[in-house]
Design a protein around this ligand. Structure first.
Ligand SMILES: Nc1nc2c(ncn2[C@@H]2O[C@H](COP(=O)(O)OP(=O)(O)OP(=O)(O)O)[C@@H](O)[C@H]2O)c(=O)[nH]1
Length: 830
């Protein structure tokens, strides 16, 4: 970089059209400076600025460049440089310092008039410095002589040193700007430009500074603050500890809690809790589970405040079980089931009602079986379950679904009360639903309704005309006679029941039927019991979840909504739900899937775990004591009607003040699955007198934990149940089944008597075991084996899949097809 020494010393170098021009800004007025910037510096202006006349400048140019045409000619950069160089060379100064002193003194003196006459003082401002400027090139020596006297005070005060350093720093730039002597240019604008140039860097610097300061401050602040904060925290901690010591700890206790868990919740050691438990007479170890009441006593004794922990399950969060307000309830159609003995006309009745009540023009009257349908009778709707029989009804009940409001008991007028009629009566009674009796086949000449009415009284169904409250309707499912009256009676009974539901809530109901359709996937018939099911609803049914993609009724009509008591067939479930499963429309599909997973897990656990029992003679007494049992339901099955009645009467007599024995079903024959189902839904015990359960009944009873007791002597049955009710039951022996064999041939051998040629169908037969001879589900003999042979050799035991010869001690009446059950009586440790 080149520097020029001017009359005013070294001045900043400005790049000007590629030529580095150096001149004194002090001597060149501001507006000239701008001229320069704008490239319009004329000869006469230069002359004026340097105190020369135009001729002198023109001469310089003529000598060193090209002769100017006139004084108005605009000078080029090169020409200006020549002029400046020339003038600089011919106006040399001896001491730069003296010039600095002059320069930095002058503005102060000059600034005052400039400030005093900010606007109109342009001329005076310009004229003020001019004499000085004019003097400089002309008489440098005299100026130099005169100056020291002026500059001395400034030098003494040391100010002279300052300007010398200034050119190297950025500060003079600002200073230069400040020394302008006014002018008619827009100075503010110019200031702005200069400041913009500097602003970026200045800002950076300032920001850096601030950051640095900030950091320092923070650092300092942190150090001081940290210590203080730590102290405060420590104080707070101590304070909290003291408060915690004084205020009792609140422990949340659920219905049941492990001793160890309780200890940790109370922030005590396990030993302390066990000790307190012992003091209160409870011997429990850390791994034992105690109930809420015990835990609460212990917790309070150990100085804790107890709160009951309410665990909200997914089910509770997902499923709205809120009770409906009375004002939200609207009447709903009754749901009717048709029951009765085989061939008494249940299906014929259902078909007749369905076909007779199809409104004209409705899809050609073609109905499809979806498990339930609705009919209109005198403007009232009735919903019929399309699967007749008490089996399906009880199976649904066993799964927890109680969907029916009324039972129609069909009894054929030409046949009378039959075993399944009795079962139906008892199943309906157990479900506590009103029974309407339909005496069918009245068109038949041999129809005898009075005989049936008579028989019904034996089952506590006394006809209205005889002073009872049972509605009896003679009908013919063939001719349709009396069916209108029957339906009217259904409506009447429904009216009495005041059946109501709230259609304005999410749907809840039961799965009536479900199957897998090849084309449509899982198809389910749902009966809405409360709320309204809408197309698109997310539903959860048992372990199945899905969205209702489409809904149709029994007439194949598409529906978008189904209110209370409306049966609909839906598609859209992820898997096939079980008949009898509850279904709920829910808002959160993700949570519904979570619940399904949980239910599946629970099912698995239940399947692998021990079978939970409903009611058994063993725990009968404890249940009575806990007040859980006010009534002991019993199902009696016997070999003959006489025995059944006798057992029933004897058992009902043993009721005491605390518990009443009620025989809910009493019939003849082997114990079947239907009996076990009824026992399951009613929490009943099955008493078999000289009868045995069939294979299905055994399985179902095992699965559902139904207690079945078999007796051969009535008094044994009475004694045992009486003892159980008094808590005196102490069974010393328990029957352990070994296996059973089927009698395939019977041989009469001289000397040995009757030999049963058997095939072992289950388990094994042991020589020392006891046996029970069962014929058509009835026990015909109980005793011991006299001999057991494999071919001609005696055998200790014969396993399943082998043949053997069995003789029974002191018993000869063995018949082909009999079953020999083999068992041992094991003593129970009391
Ligand atoms: N004469 C006459 N016959 C009838 C009447 N009702 C039903 N039947 C006949 O009785 C037989 C049995 O009728 P269903 O309707 O199948 O009886 P169900 O009770 O449904 O029989 P299951 O389905 O086997 O339990 C059929 O042959 C019917 O035609 C009736 O009112 N009069």
């Amino acid at each position: 970089m080149r520097t020029y020494q001017t009359t005013t010393g070294l001045v900043p170098i400005r790049k000007h059209s590629g030529v580095r021009c150096v001149f004194s800004l002090v001597q060149v007025p501001q507006w000239r400076w701008l001229y320069l910037l704008n490239n319009k510096y004329r000869v006469h202006e230069v002359a004026k600025d340097f105190g020369k006349n135009s001729k002198e400048i023109a001469d310089i140019l003529t000598d060193y460049a090209t002769a100017p045409k006139n004084h108005m000619q605009v000078l080029e950069d090169g020409e200006l440089s020549v002029i400046f160089d020339y003038l600089t060379q011919h106006n040399q100064v001896e001491s730069v310092e003296s010039i600095y002193a002059d320069v930095y003194h002058e503005p102060k003196a000059a600034a005052k008039p400039a400030q005093a006459a900010p606007q109109g003082g342009q001329k005076s401002a310009q004229s003020a410095p001019r004499p000085q400027n004019n003097q400089k090139p002309q008489n440098t020596g005299s100026q130099q002589q005169a100056r020291p006297a002026q500059q001395q005070p400034a030098q003494k005060s040391g100010q002279t040193q300052q300007p010398a350093a200034r050119p190297a720093s950025r500060v003079p730039e600002k200073k230069i700007v400040d020394t302008r002597k006014g002018g008619d240019v827009n100075l503010d604008k110019y200031d702005e430009r200069l400041e913009d140039l500097a602003a970026g860097k200045t800002k950076q610097m300032q920001a850096g500074k601030q950051k640095f300061q900030g950091r320092n401050q923070r650092k300092g602040g942190f150090q001081g603050g940290n210590k203080r904060r730590q102290e405060e925290q420590e104080k707070m901690r101590r304070l909290q500890l003291e408060i915690a010591k004084k205020t009792p700890l609140t422990v949340k206790i659920p219905d049941e809690i492990g001793v160890g868990e309780l200890a940790s919740r109370m922030k005590k050691t396990g030993a302390e809790v066990v000790k307190t438990l012992m003091k209160n007479g409870v011997m429990a170890s850390l791994s034992d589970v105690i109930d809420f009441d015990t835990a609460a006593i212990i917790a309070e004794e150990m100085g804790c405040k107890v709160e009951k922990e309410v665990i909200v399950t997914i089910e509770e969060r997902l499923i709205d079980t809120a009770e409906d307000k009375e004002e939200d309830l609207l009447p709903r159609a009754p749901v009717v089931v048709v029951m009765g003995h085989v061939d008494h006309g249940k299906t014929s009745l259902l078909d007749y009602i369905r076909n007779a009540n199809v409104a004209s023009g409705e899809a050609g009257g073609i109905t499809q079986h979806i498990g339930a349908y609705q009919v209109q009778v005198n403007g009232q709707t009735i919903t019929f379950l399309d699967t007749p029989g008490h089996e399906a009804f009880t199976a649904m009940r066993a799964r927890g679904a109680m969907v029916t409001d009324i039972a129609i008991l069909v009894v054929a007028a030409d046949d009378g009360i039959m075993p399944q009629t009795v079962e139906s009566i008892n199943h309906a009674k157990a479900a506590k639903i009103p029974i309407i009796v339909a005496i069918n086949k009245m068109d038949k000449p041999e129809a005898n309704p009075d005989r049936i009415k008579q028989q019904l009284t034996e089952y506590e169904l006394v006809p209205e005309e005889w002073g009872g409250d049972t509605i009896i309707c003679p009908i013919s499912a063939k001719t349709g006679e009396g069916i209108d009256n029957l339906l009217e009676m259904v409506n009447l009974t429904a009216e009495m029941q005041e059946l109501k539901a709230n259609p304005n809530r999410s749907a809840h109901g039961a799965v009536i039927e479900a199957r897998l359709d090849k084309g449509r996937g899982p198809v389910a018939t749902l009966l809405v019991q409360n709320g309204t099911l809408k197309q698109g609803d997310v539903i959860i049914a048992g372990t199945a979840v899905g969205r209702v993609r489409a809904m149709t009724n029994a007439r194949g009509q598409k529906l978008t909504e189904a209110g209370p008591s409306v049966p609909v067939e839906i598609i859209g479930m992820g898997e096939v739900p079980g008949a009898g499963d509850d279904f709920h429309a829910v808002a959160d599909e993700r949570m519904a899937r979570e619940l399904v997973e949980q239910r599946k897990h629970e099912q698995k656990m239940a399947a692998s775990g021990p079978v939970g029992h409903k009611v058994s003679l063993e725990d009968l007494f404890s249940q009575i004591k806990q007040g859980e049992m006010k009534e002991l339901p019993i199902i009696v099955k016997a070999d003959v009607q006489g025995s059944a009645e006798a057992v029933k009467a004897s058992l009902e007599k043993i009721s005491n003040d605390e518990v009443r024995v009620r025989v809910i079903h009493c019939a003849v024959g082997a114990i079947n699955e239907s009996d076990v189902m009824l026992a399951t839904t009613s929490g009943a015990i099955i008493v078999g007198f000289n009868v045995r359960p069939d294979a299905n009944a055994k399985d179902t009873a095992g699965r559902n934990g139904v207690d079945m007791r078999m007796y051969r002597v009535i008094y044994d049955a009475i004694d045992e149940i009486e003892a159980a009710m008094k808590g005196m039951l102490a069974p010393k022996f328990k029957e352990v089944a070994l296996g059973q064999a089927e009698v395939r041939e019977v041989y009469k051998i001289t000397g040995a008597g009757i030999v049963a040629g058997c095939y072992v169908t289950e388990g094994k037969v042991e020589r020392k075991a006891q046996i029970r001879l069962v014929r058509d589900g009835i026990v015909v003999h109980e005793g011991a084996i006299a001999s057991l042979k494999r071919f001609k050799d005696d055998a200790k035991e014969v396993a399943q899949g082998y043949e053997c010869g069995i003789t029974i001690e002191k018993y000869q009446d063995i018949k082909q097809g009999d079953i020999i059950e083999c068992f041992l009586m094991e003593q129970i440790e009391v």
